[in-house]
Ligand binder design. Structure first.
Ligand SMILES: Cc1ncc(COP(=O)(O)O)c(C=O)c1O
Length: 394
């Protein structure tokens, strides 16, 4: 069959997966520098600067650890630094990433209670309260939640979950994965008394993949003194002085840290985090208006849990979301997120995070609308128009 796909691509590829997300040109340029001595004074200044900046992003006065790793490494660091073999952990099936974190916890030898979910709703704070209240012997050592489920476009209500833990009067550590929410959706490590926050570089922080982060409360650091899970590379103890010295216990990802310095300047000093959050919320709302305009449905069933960084869109029964994605990639050079795990083939995901603006969103939604047309997926025209009207009005 003849394809209408261009054989030579021109213009920019549209990378609209929910991370790795688009990296600003100036961040790419900031990384295109000669590598420096990671034991020298220039690096020490850089190290101190990026740790201080990340504390502002996490909204914490406590320890921040930066690993040369992806988010998965930062997950392992959170668990292995704080827990001992056989410790009971409460986790929630909010989607693929919660399922992967759980699988890791099981492999590490933890005793995970995994509260089932339907992938359309987030964590119910009432269930957290009920489970912890019933645990009179305080056997549950940690409650682990994925703030923003990248696979489903569901953002959990972290302050409400914190309040539920408090109402139960339970001492469990609270661990939150912010891989696809930090620097995009409001997050407050100290105020919400999170013990370990996990993140990676490739989404809201506007960097390529390759850095993993933990923000660590004093309570979590104290827990690490007696935690007996095996760890070596991930051990926080070796990182305790990094904020003061700016040096790392092993070779850091020097050039990614040059990039991080640049992106922190953009996020914290130029746009400001509150404006960054508003921008993401606005693009997410415009995206949902487009989806409603097409007569399609978003996967997230509770408007209180809509994600500002990713929207998962259900395709009608009998249609294949991955075929739609292939058509869009082929014809319009745009990558959309695939359906993961349970929702494979049933949803496609539109990433609207990181370095992004109104016209990038309009191009993205136009590509989806044209793709729906080409794929023969039943939909109404006018989704893009609904988004444009929303964006034009505010
Ligand atoms: C919410 C969430 N947690 C964890 C991960 C795993 O991070 P990585 O793929 O960087 O190891 C991802 C990756 O997309 C994610 O979206």
């Amino acid at each position: 069959m003849m394809s209408n796909a261009p054989t030579v691509r021109s213009g920019r590829h549209f990378l609209q997966i929910p991370g790795p997300a688009n990296v600003p040109d100036r961040v790419l340029r900031a990384m295109a520098m000669p590598v420096i001595d990671h034991r020298g004074p220039e690096f020490a200044e850089l190290g101190k600067e990026v740790v201080a900046g990340m504390k502002r992003v996490f909204k914490t006065g406590e320890m921040v650890v930066i690993y040369p790793s992806s988010g998965t490494g930062a997950w392992e660091a959170a668990l292995s630094n704080t827990l001992s073999p056989g410790d009971r952990v409460l986790m929630f099936e909010t989607g693929q990433f919660a399922s992967l974190w759980r699988a890791m916890a099981v492999r590490l030898g933890l005793d995970v209670e995994f509260i089932p979910g339907d992938w359309r709703h987030g964590v119910d704070p009432a269930v957290v309260e009920e489970k912890l209240t019933a645990d009179r012997a305080h056997q549950v050592k940690a409650v682990c939640v994925v703030h923003n489920e990248t696979s489903t476009g569901i953002a959990n209500r972290i302050p409400e979950i914190r309040a539920a833990i408090d109402r139960a009067g339970h001492p469990a550590l609270f661990m939150v994965d912010t891989v696809s929410s930090l620097a995009s959706i409001d997050y407050r490590h100290d105020e919400w008394r999170v013990d370990v926050t996990v993140c990676g570089s490739q989404k809201g922080l506007m960097l390529p993949p390759g850095l993993g982060f933990n923000a660590v409360s004093r309570k979590a650091l104290a827990a690490s003194d007696s935690a007996r899970l095996q760890r070596s590379y991930w051990d926080w103890q070796a990182m305790r002085d990094t904020a003061q010295t700016g040096t790392f216990p092993y070779t850091p990802a020097t050039n990614l840290l040059f990039g991080l310095r640049e992106s922190l300047q953009m996020l914290l000093d130029e746009e400001g985090l509150d404006a960054v959050f508003r921008r993401h919320a606005r693009h997410a709302e415009a995206t949902r208006r487009a989806v409603a305009g097409w007569g399609l449905e978003v996967l997230c069933a509770d408007p209180r849990e809509y994600s500002s960084t990713v929207t998962a869109v259900l395709v009608p029964d009998g249609h294949d979301a991955d075929r739609l994605r292939e058509i869009i990639l082929d014809a319009f050079d745009m990558s959309l997120g695939t359906g993961l795990g349970r929702v494979q083939g049933k949803v496609f995901r539109i990433g609207h995070l990181g370095w992004f603006n109104d016209l990038m969103l309009c191009g993205t939604l136009s590509g989806v609308e044209m793709g729906l047309h080409r794929a023969g997926i039943p939909h109404r025209a006018g989704g893009v128009t609904a988004a444009l009207e929303y964006l034009a009005a505010r």
